[in-house]
Design a protein around this ligand. Structure first.
Ligand code: GDP
Length: 299
């Protein structure tokens, strides 16, 4: 069994490679739920939906959000009605979100995701990190913002001074999956808003100490490949580099995979983790994704 810790952009790219070379039944994906909330009357679990659509080969790869080729009839109508959506939801994507919202009334989040995964013929196990609602507050130079206002309304532009999120309990399958795994892969996701919420769950760090844990760095040089990770890392006084990533995960990390461009940092990264593997970590096409996956799996 291999377990992957995932957010909703960098790690899903890696999953596209992993699902080609690992028996899908041997793959479990624990997904961040920090951003989950209700929008436009439906429950939006953005990272979970991205992982579902990625594993079902229907993800919109331009945005790493929503379904490829989707239409936006309802979204446009809401505009006309004077109720524009903060999150632009496509029609097919909305159908999944409506179904999940309805299923959740009876089954809770994890079982609802399971039902949708089966409908999509996904053989891997996709589990939310928690079934509880996280409260997130981002302290910025323009005041305290919730996650989606920061990300969408303000387009991640404000300076981040601090981020606070409430403690939630791990979903019961989380620790079980980690304990059953011979390898845990921390995907190249935002270390603060996607991975830290999973690592902060009670018992996760302790469970990781007993497994082989390998992380792919989302930072190359002094910048993330995409997104606002650097703002969040700076706010928590973490060096924006693969050294910072290694220091953040160091307590339970056995191996880190960093980009060719960070070759010169190998010795400094090695202070925090036993094995530093250098390769191309930019995943532009399926070959990049497969090569990186093979390097992780086939030792
Ligand atoms: P979110 O949930 O949409 O914030 O997405 P994630 O947390 O899963 O991923 C965001 C992170 O993915 C960013 O910090 C990026 O640096 C990283 N990322 C995106 N594409 C790549 C890639 O091709 N290679 C690597 N190494 N990191 C990537």
């Amino acid at each position: 069994m291999i377990t992957v810790l995932s957010g909703g952009t960098g790690t899903p790219k890696l999953l596209q490679g992993l699902k080609e070379i690992v028996n899908p039944k041997e793959l479990t994906i624990i997904v961040n739920t920090l951003e989950n909330n209700y929008f436009s009357g439906v429950y939006v679990s953005a990272d979970i939906d991205t992982v579902l659509y990625t594993m079902a080969d229907i993800i919109n790869e331009d945005l790493w959000y929503g379904i490829k080729g989707d239409t936006f009839i309802t979204n446009k109508k809401l505009d006309e009605l004077g109720s524009p959506e903060l999150l632009r939801i496509g029609d097919n994507d909305r159908a999944f979100k409506i179904q999940k919202t309805q299923l959740m009334r009876e089954y809770g989040l994890a079982d609802s995701v399971d039902i949708q995964a089966k409908k999509l013929d996904i053989k891997s196990k996709i589990i939310p990190m928690s079934e509880e609602q996280s409260e997130v507050s981002i302290i910025t130079d323009i005041g305290e913002l919730n996650f989606h206002d920061f990300l969408i309304k303000y387009q991640s532009k404000p300076e981040v001074l601090d981020i606070k999120f409430s403690n939630v309990s791990p979903y019961k399958g989380v620790i079980k999956a980690i304990k059953k795994s011979e390898m845990i892969i921390i995907g190249p996701s935002n270390p603060i808003t996607s991975i830290l919420p999973i690592l902060s769950l009670e018992g996760v760090k302790e469970a990781l100490k007993d497994c082989y844990v390998v992380a792919v760095s989302p930072i190359i040089g002094e910048n993330p490949v995409s997104g606002p990770a650097s703002k969040f890392m700076k706010a928590l006084n973490i060096d924006v580099s693969s050294i910072g990533i290694a220091s953040l995960y160091g307590d339970f990390l056995d191996e880190i995979i960093v980009d060719n461009k960070d070759n010169k940092l190998k010795d400094q990264i090695g202070k925090y983790v036993n094995k530093v593997t250098i390769t191309n970590t930019i995943m532009n096409d399926l070959e990049d994704k497969r090569n990186l996956s093979e390097l992780i799996i086939n030792k």
